[in-house]
Design a protein around this ligand. Structure first.
Ligand code: PEP
Ligand code: MG
Length: 595
């Protein structure tokens, strides 16, 4: 039977494929296809890992102390039984043989299937055996890691033996309760052609990374991971935020048609890549790109963006076991982007750790952050950096050093207090002095503040004395103005970029920066949303930064806008009780060039 599940649309387009259900804790398992010639070897690898665990558990049984003997031996016997049960071993083998999944993926797929059967059991004792099963699978996955031969770690861009489009395979869609932004990053260029999660807000960092991958995604679909079963056919409608489980042939055909339409539109937009972005009344508009990793640099150039407006450097700090990237590693990473951009500006944002972006296996001082009652209001971004002077010094020196390879701009997240600004400037001076002492070259880089806390927007004239430019982080500005956690789907209906308070803060920031002769950019998700293009141009914005995949559609919009006409309507929109309604009415009234 076909079922529809509703969530929040976060990344546009249509994906059709088979569901791969992944428990949140197992999202970090490697997912790749095994070449047909390697199937038997992969089955052997699985068998060897299982045998290793059998040996391990048998040895443990022998070492059980007398006083806990009976209970522990009984438990280990249950584990051994589960391990050797056909429902686990034979079915896992089938995932490998029939679907060509790697052993870890096959195991976690089968775990999902059996775990559901356990959930449905009436007998409480049997239901509780699910935990034992999870532990057994965990042990086998660890043993597979020890045996090697698999990807083991998903940090690499490409799986070792597989490609995204393995001949003859059905497209796959990942369904999970939740995916952390760091895990999402690991799925780039992976086998998945779409994502569905039960939780998450439209502008959570998980959603942002999904958008940057330009594959359809729906978050906050609440019950999705419970309703969908392993291997179901599903459709993701990334425009409407709908997931259709087991669609009828007619619905499937309709969506296949829409998929082709989306592809055609993309091909049409591609032709605008090298066209300069200029409004109808002649204002050149700077279209920059947001990136997460150095490997994104090529996508920036391919999209026809004229620089990087936001390099979210914190993604270099995620998925790290134990140690964070030091000065040299960061210098290499930043230099790679700066060199690739060959003189185009690269705006490197200092780490924005905290809230929904947590570090992996954090050292002690970072754990402080995890325990904050309200991490979005806690030790995040510049606050965290200033509390870690050594780490911050390394990052500042790495950014300054990279400046000799091109045009670097340094951007600081979540600035709110002048006290922080003074400490920041001191830290930059210290970093420069250290480089001079080491005789390492650097250039003076422009320093910018992200305006993403209402307090910063309200004291902007004071801040502008210390900064060369500002960049408006609308994602957080909305969160902090409206007191809505951007990652919480329970309040996502109140996360409203059209709220007059938000629009007034944005308009005021752009006007003030322009009046002071300072560059101002919008690098939050509003910049890449065509619904706001005319309004932002009317407010006087001349620089936008967005996912590379959004550049062409925003350019298409800009080419048809007369900014001077829209500048006359800004006050009317911002002062309205329902700005969205007024804006929509104006959009039908203002003539645009058809093209
Ligand atoms: C923002 O807040 O709008 C922004 C661009 O930063 P991030 O999404 O990384 O918090
Ligand atoms: Mg932000």
């Amino acid at each position: 039977m076909s079922i529809q599940v509703f969530g929040l649309p976060v990344s546009r387009g249509v994906a059709i494929g088979r569901a791969v259900l992944v428990a949140s804790s197992r999202v970090d398992v490697a997912h790749y296809y095994v070449e047909p010639g390697m199937i038997e070897a992969e089955v052997r690898r699985l068998r060897r890992a299982r045998d290793l665990v059998v040996d391990e558990l048998t040895a443990l049984k022998g070492d059980v102390p007398e006083d806990a003997h009976d209970e522990l031996v009984a438990l280990l016997d249950v584990h051994l039984m589960l391990l050797q049960d056909e429902t686990l071993s034979e079915a896992t083998r089938q995932w490998i043989v029939e679907r060509h999944y790697n052993a870890e993926w096959a195991l976690s797929s089968q775990l999902e299937v059996i775990a559901r059967q356990f959930d449905e059991m009436e007998d409480e004792y049997l239901r509780e055996r699910k935990g034992d099963l999870e532990q057994v699978v965990e042990r086998v996955i660890t043993a597979l890691g020890r045996l090697g031969g698999g990807d083991g770690e998903l940090g690499s861009d490409m799986p070792p033996h597989g490609q995204r489009d393995f001949a003859g395979e059905d497209p796959l869609i990942l369904v999970a309760n939740d995916i952390a932004p760091a895990d999402m990053l690991k799925f780039r260029r992976s086998v998945f052609t779409g994502f569905v999660t039960d939780v998450g807000g439209r502008n959570s960092h998980t959603a942002i990374v999904a958008r940057s991958m330009d594959i359809p995604a729906v978050v906050g679909a609440r019950e999705a991971s419970r309703i969908v079963t392993q291997d179901d056919w599903i459709i993701i409608d990334g425009d409407a935020g709908v997931v259709i489980v087991n669609p009828s042939p007619i619905v499937l055909e309709e969506y296949r048609f829409r998929q082709r339409q989306v592809e055609l539109e993309r091909a049409r937009l591609d032709r605008l890549r090298h066209t300069p972005a200029v409004t109808l009344d002649g204002h050149p508009i700077e279209l920059l790109a947001n990136i997460e990793l150095p490997s994104d640099a090529q996508a920036v150039l391919d999209a026809g963006a004229v620089g990087v407006g936001l390099f979210r450097s914190e993604f270099l700090f995620m998925n790290r076991v134990g140690h964070l990237p030091g000065e040299e590693e960061q210098y290499e990473a930043y230099s790679k982007v700066v060199k690739a951009l060959a003189g185009l500006p690269v705006t490197i944002r200092t780490v924005d750790i905290g809230a929904d972006k947590q570090l992996d296996r954090a050292p002690q001082q970072m754990e402080r952050n995890d325990h904050n009652l309200n991490p979005a209001l806690g030790l995040r971004a510049i606050r965290w950096s200033l509390s870690e002077p050594e780490m911050f010094g390394e990052q500042l020196r790495a950014i300054l050093r990279a400046s000799v390879h091109g045009k670097v701009r340094l951007l600081v997240p979540m600035v709110a207090q002048l006290r922080e600004v003074r400490l920041l400037l001191e830290a930059i001076d210290r970093a420069k002095a250290q480089l001079r002492a080491r005789a390492q070259p650097y250039l003076d880089v422009a320093i910018g503040a992200m305006i993403e806390v209402p307090a910063a927007a309200l004291v902007l004239p004071s801040l502008l004395k210390y900064f060369d430019f500002v960049s408006i982080g609308t994602n957080d500005l909305i969160q902090y103005t409206l007191a809505i956690d951007r990652a919480d789907e329970a309040v996502s209906h109140l996360y409203d970029p059209w709220h007059p308070a938000v629009l007034r803060l944005i308009a005021q920031t752009i006007t003030t920066a322009n009046a002071h002769g300072k560059d101002v950019c919008v690098c939050g998700e509003m910049a890449g949303d065509p619904a706001f293009t005319e309004l932002l141009l009317g407010m006087g914005l001349r620089s936008f930064s967005m996912h590379p995949t959004q550049v062409s559609s925003i350019k298409k919009r800009i080419l048809r806008v007369d900014a001077s006409i829209w500048s006359k309507h800004v006050d009317l929109v911002c002062e309205a009780e329902d700005p969205q309604a007024i804006y929509a009415r104006l959009q039908t009234a203002v003539p645009e060039r058809r093209g």
